[in-house]
Design a protein around this ligand. Structure first.
Ligand code: KG4
Ligand code: ZN
Length: 354
C-alpha cells in the first residue's frame, strides 16, 4: 500500500506491507517555508506539495525496491485538512493509480493518527481510549473497534496544539510554537507563575483553551513594562513552563477521567502534541495510578506522516471497511467528522465539499 499524506504542511509518503510492515517512508516538512508568516499559508502549502509528492514517491519506491506496478493499492488523505493541499495528494494518487491500474482509496487523517501507535505495536488491540491532540483537534474517543470511534469529549474552542502555538507566538517564539515552547519551558522555574486550567474540574470531558492565550498575553504585557518590550529571558521561560503545565495538566486529568468513565484500561495518545514529553510524564503517572497502560506512537509518527495513512488504509481494506475504487473519481473532504466514519463510509461515498 502506497500512502500519500498532504493534508497540511507535511508531504508524507510511505509503503506499508501487511505482512512485512513498513518498507519505505519519506517526509518533507514545510516548516521553513511558512516560518516567516508565523503559520501555514494554504496556497504556499499546496504549491509545495505539488513540487514534492512525485520525487518523494520515487524515493520511497526505491527504498522499498518496488516499481509502481508492484503495489496492490494507493491511499491518500481524503480529509480533514486544507482543501488545496488535500487536492494535490488526491490528484497525484488518482493519476498514479490510473497509470498503474491500481485501486485507490481515501483515508481519514485522524484515523491515521489514531492508529499510528498500532503501527509500532501491532499487538495492541481494541477497545481503547484515544487522546487525539493535534494542531486542529483535541478529542477523547472511545475506540471500540476499527472504524468505530465514539466521541467522549472535545475542545469547545482552541485545540491544544493551537494553544501551544498561540502562546508561543505571544512569547516571541517561532512557528510551529509547540516544540519551541517546550524547549523554552525546560529552562523555566516550576511554579513561578500560575495560569488558569479551564474546565479542569468540569463534569464533562470537554476542553477549553482559548482563555489561556489571553492569560499569557496579560502576563507578557505586565512583565514587558510600559514600552511593550518582551519580558526578560528567565521570565519568558517561566511563563512557557507555566503554559505547558496548564495545558498538560488538563489533558492528563481529562484522559484519566475518560479511562475511569469508560472502564477501559488502555490509553492511546496520538497527534502532534503527543510528542510533548511533559504531557507523556503526566499521562504515565496518571495511568500508573489507575493501573492502565498508555501507548504513544514513536516521536516521528506523532506529527503528520505517510506511514499512518498507508497503515490505516491497509487495516480498513483488510477489515472490509473500505472499498477501493477503480474509477479514479477521487474526492476530498476538508471537513470530515470522525464519527461519520462508519462501516459504510467507503471512500467516494459522500460528495466532496471542495
Ligand atoms: O498532528 P500534527 O502534526 O498536525 C495536525 O494535524 O494538526 O500536530 C501539530 C501540532 C502543532 O500545534 C505543534 O505545535 C504541536 O502539534 N506540537 C507540539 C510538540 N510537537 C508538536 N506541542 C507541544 N509539544 C511538542 N513537543
Ligand atoms: Zn495531523
Amino acid at each position: 500500500m502506497l500512502g500519500i499524506e498532504t493534508s497540511c504542511d507535511e508531504t508524507g509518503i510511505a509503503v506499508y506491507d501487511s505482512r512485512d510492515g513498513l518498507l519505505g517512508q519519506a517526509l518533507h516538512s514545510q516548516i521553513a517555508l511558512h516560518r516567516d508568516y508565523g503559520g501555514v499559508v494554504p496556497e504556499l502549502a499546496s504549491r509545495d506539495h505539488i513540487a514534492r509528492v512525485l520525487p518523494l514517491v520515487d524515493e520511497v519506491l526505491e527504498q522499498a525496491r518496488l516499481d509502481l506496478r508492484d503495489l496492490d493499492a494507493i491511499a491518500y488523505t481524503r480529509g480533514p485538512g486544507l482543501a488545496g493541499a488535500l487536492l494535490v495528494g488526491a490528484g497525484v494518487a488518482a493519476a498514479l493509480a490510473m497509470a498503474a491500474d491500481l485501486p485507490l482509496l481515501g483515508v481519514h487523517h485522524l484515523e491515521g493518527h489514531l492508529l499510528s501507535p498500532l503501527l509500532a505495536q501491532p499487538e495492541l488491540g481494541f477497545p481503547f481510549v484515544a487522546l487525539l491532540v493535534s494542531g486542529g483537534h483535541t478529542m477523547l474517543l472511545r475506540a471500540s473497534e476499527l472504524g468505530r470511534y465514539e466521541l467522549m469529549g472535545e475542545t469547545v474552542d482552541d485545540a491544544a496544539g493551537e494553544a501551544f502555538d498561540k502562546s508561543a507566538k505571544l512569547l516571541g517564539l517561532g512557528y510551529p510554537g509547540g516544540p519551541e515552547l517546550a524547549r523554552l519551558a525546560a529552562r523555566g522555574r516550576a511554579g513561578a507563575f500560575e495560569l488558569p486550567r479551564p474546565k479542569l474540574h468540569s463534569e464533562d470531558l470537554d476542553f477549553s483553551f482559548a482563555g489561556l492565550k489571553t492569560a499569557v498575553l496579560t502576563r507578557v504585557r505586565q512583565l514587558g513594562g510600559a514600552d511593550g518590550a518582551p519580558p526578560p529571558e528567565q521570565q519568558r521561560a517561566d511563563l512557557a513552563a507555566a503554559t505547558q503545565e496548564a495545558i498538560t495538566d488538563v489533558l492528563a486529568a481529562k484522559a484519566a477521567a475518560a479511562l475511569r468513565r469508560s472502564g477501559l484500561r488502555t490509553l492511546v495518545v496520538a497527534g502532534g502534541v503527543g510528542a510533548n514529553l511533559r504531557l507523556r510524564e503526566k499521562l504515565d503517572a496518571a495511568c500508573a495510578t489507575l493501573g492502565a497502560r498508555v501507548h504513544y506512537p514513536p516521536l516521528q509518527w506523532c506529527t503528520d506522516n505517510g506511514p499512518m495513512i498507508a497503515y490505516a488504509a491497509c487495516r480498513r481494506l483488510q477489515a472490509g471497511l473500505a472499498r477501493a475504487r477503480h474509477d479514479y473519481a477521487f474526492d476530498i473532504q476538508p471537513r470530515w467528522d470522525l464519527s461519520e466514519l462508519g462501516v459504510d463510509a467507503a471512500p467516494g461515498g459522500r460528495a466532496s465539499e471542495a
